[in-house]
Structures are given as C-alpha cells and as structure tokens.
Design a protein around this ligand. Structure first.
Ligand SMILES: NC(=O)c1ccc[n+]([C@@H]2O[C@H](COP(=O)([O-])OP(=O)(O)OC[C@H]3O[C@@H](n4cnc5c(N)ncnc54)[C@H](OP(=O)(O)O)[C@@H]3O)[C@@H](O)[C@H]2O)c1
Length: 326
C-alpha cells in the first residue's frame, strides 16, 4: 500500500525561461488511481516515474512568463505538470485549455470535462453500447469516473445500480445523482443484492475495481452482456498479480463481451465528447462533483486516500488561483 512516506518534499529555486520555453504556475493537480501504477517498476503503458524525481500528475496551470511564440502569459494549460508549484516547459505534451463555454469553472476541466469524464463517456458509450432499459451496474460509482458513467447510463434510459463503499456515498448516489439503487460493498451481501435488483441479469457492468467483485458481477451477467474494463483499483497496491475471475467460462456460454480501453485512444473525439458532456451539464441531467483539497503539502496524503475511499467525485488539490490577465 502506497503511503505518504513514499514521497519527500524538495525545494529549489524557481527556474527561469530561456528562448522557446515558458514558466507555468500549477493551479490544480489531479489525483488519480492510475498514478499508483506509474510508481511501480512495470513499464506498461507509461514509463515508470524514476526514483527521486518529480511525481507525475495531470494538472492545470497558468503561464506566468513566456519566451515561446505559441504560449502567452495568462494562458491556462493542461498536461503532466506533476507535483510541483512551478514548471518550465517547451510545450511538449501540453495543451491549452479550450473552454467549451465560459460558464464552466476550471476544476471541471480535470473532472467531468477532463480525463475522468471522458473515460466515463467513451467507456460507457463505445465499449458498453447501451440500449434503452438495459440494466447497468457501475462499481466505484461514487468516484470521479463511476459517477459520470452512472449518470450517462441514466441519461441513456438505463436502470442503474451503483456499487460504492459506505452508506453516505450510496445515499448521495440515489438522492443527488438519481441512481435507481445502490449496494454498499463494504457491508451488504453484494451477490444477494444483485440477485434481488437484477432478476433478469446485468446487461452492462462498468468496472472500475476488478478483483473479487468482478467475479461476483460476472456470475450474474445477462446473455449478450458487456463488461467495460475501465480500471482495477482493487489490485493497484498488490505486490503479486491479482488472479482473474474463476468463472470466465460464462463469457462463452452467455456470449458476453469483456473489453478494456484507454481513454487517450479517443483523443480525436475529445472535443465532440466535451461538447455533449457540457450540454448535459447545462440541462442539469449531468451533475459535476469535485472533491477539492488545498495546499501543496496535502498532495501525498490525498493521493494515498484514494485507496481508502476518502473521496467522493473527482479528487484534486488546489495549489493556487489563476491571475486575471485582461
Ligand atoms: N481506462 C482508462 O482510460 C481510465 C482512465 C481513468 C481512470 N481509470 C480507472 O477508473 C477507476 C476510477 O478512477 P477515478 O479517477 O475515477 O478514481 P475514483 O473512483 O474517484 O477514486 C477511487 C475510488 O475507488 C474506490 N476503491 C479504492 N480502493 C478500492 C478497493 N480495494 N476495492 C473497491 N473500491 C476501491 C474508492 O471508493 P469506495 O469508497 O467506493 O471504495 C475510491 O474512492 C480506476 O480504476 C482508474 O484506474 C481508467
């Protein structure tokens, strides 16, 4: 299990710009479970963060000094700024934040209109391929991705059951987000509750968790069901490979499609997805919920808290306010 002691704070003078570079002040740092995988020795889809270097993290920042022709002072940018107050960049891997409309606050661009909202959008719609009246189960339902996936499922006229840890999260999912039912995996008998709630089986399982829960849900999938493998947080701190479900034969007998995906593959469609997500936000059919902590020093504990379920909605840390430039 990752702990705060795995990280150290280091101070050094703020860098200055040379030709072709610009200086960014970090505004909001995103806190994501995937970052746990970046600090293992497994060079899977991202090279591991080297020991004693700046921890990588998606973030929003503001250009405060520039000798770069494409980035001007005051611009808001997003990219892997990492856990640092300031960073020097030549623009590689950074994108200007193009506001869909002026009404969205900046944190939305790390949440519903950022990586996790887009993950929910493409995972649920492209991999899940919902049909009206489908029975949908979402694990990690009170988290950033799960909460958006569950709401998109409601927008698509599905019956939606959220699985989350704790009564408060479950109550929030039904009262605030309008889910049809919830299961508290920490205290309820998940298998029995699923049997009661889904007598005809589950059409789509949007899985953020993996582990034993995946096996439990798989057992109750309907014929022609779809399992969206979004994440497997139950195994991110394991020191050995987590065994897969023992009942994989069900995929064959019930013609179930189980498919993983990575959101960056959908980058060419991000703009259109943001437009649709934004329209749902405007009508109130989609609600954004950010869980924003404050201050550089709380970043490690906030990150570790992800694996103990301390967040509801999109978790991030605010480091500073943008400055007006007009
Ligand atoms: N495929 C992609 O491209 C992609 C992109 C982004 C994220 N993801 C994945 O999506 C999942 C959700 O990410 P997120 O950023 O939205 O995080 P999140 O859901 O906001 O936060 C993580 C949540 O996971 C739950 N959790 C933690 N440990 C658990 C365990 N052992 N068993 C069951 N639940 C556990 C906790 O909620 P409870 O209190 O309910 O336990 C916690 O709040 C992650 O698996 C992540 O890796 C995938």
């Amino acid at each position: 299990m990752v702990t705060e002691q795995n990280f150290a704070r280091h101070e050094e003078p703020c860098p200055t710009c040379s030709s072709g570079s610009f200086l960014i002040r970090t505004l909001y740092v995103s806190v994501d479970p995937a970052m746990r995988g970046w600090i293992t020795e497994d060079p899977d889809y991202m090279p591991p963060v080297p020991l004693n270097s700046v921890m990588l993290a998606p973030a929003l920042g503001q250009v405060i000094e520039s000798k770069h022709r494409d980035f001007n002072v005051g611009d808001i940018v997003s990219g892997m700024l990492g856990w640092q107050d300031y960073c020097l960049s030549d623009g590689t891997g950074l994108a200007p934040v193009q506001r869909v409309t002026a009404v969205h606050s900046l944190p939305r661009y790390l949440g519903v209109l950022g990586g996790t909202g887009l993950t929910a959008y493409f995972g649920f719609l492209d991999i899940g391929r919902p049909k009206e009246n489908d029975v949908v189960v979402v694990s990690g339902a009170a988290g950033a991705t799960g909460a958006v996936a569950a709401q998109i499922a409601k927008i698509k006229q599905c019956q939606v059951i959220g699985i989350a840890g704790g009564r408060d999260k479950c109550d929030w999912l039904t009262t605030e987000l309008g889910l049809d039912a919830t299961i508290d995996y920490k205290t309820d008998n998940v298998e029995a509750r699923l049997r009661d709630l889904c007598p005809k089986g589950i059409d789509i399982y949007f899985d953020n968790v993996g582990g034993p829960l995946l096996q439990t849900v798989l057992e109750q999938m309907a014929t022609w069901g779809r399992i969206v493998l979004c994440g497997m947080i139950a195994g991110y701190n394991a020191d050995k490979a987590v065994p897969g479900p023992a009942n994989m034969f069900r995929l064959i007998t019930r013609r179930i499609r189980m498919e993983g995906f990575l959101v960056p593959d959908y980058a060419p469609r991000f703009k259109d997805a943001r437009r649709e997500l934004s329209a749902w936000l405007a009508t109130g059919t989609l609600k954004a919920h950010e869980d924003i902590r404050e201050g550089f020093d709380v970043i490690p504990q906030t990150f570790c808290g992800l694996f103990h379920g301390t967040n509801t909605g999109k978790l991030m840390v605010k480091l500073s306010d943008p400055t007006a430039t007009t």
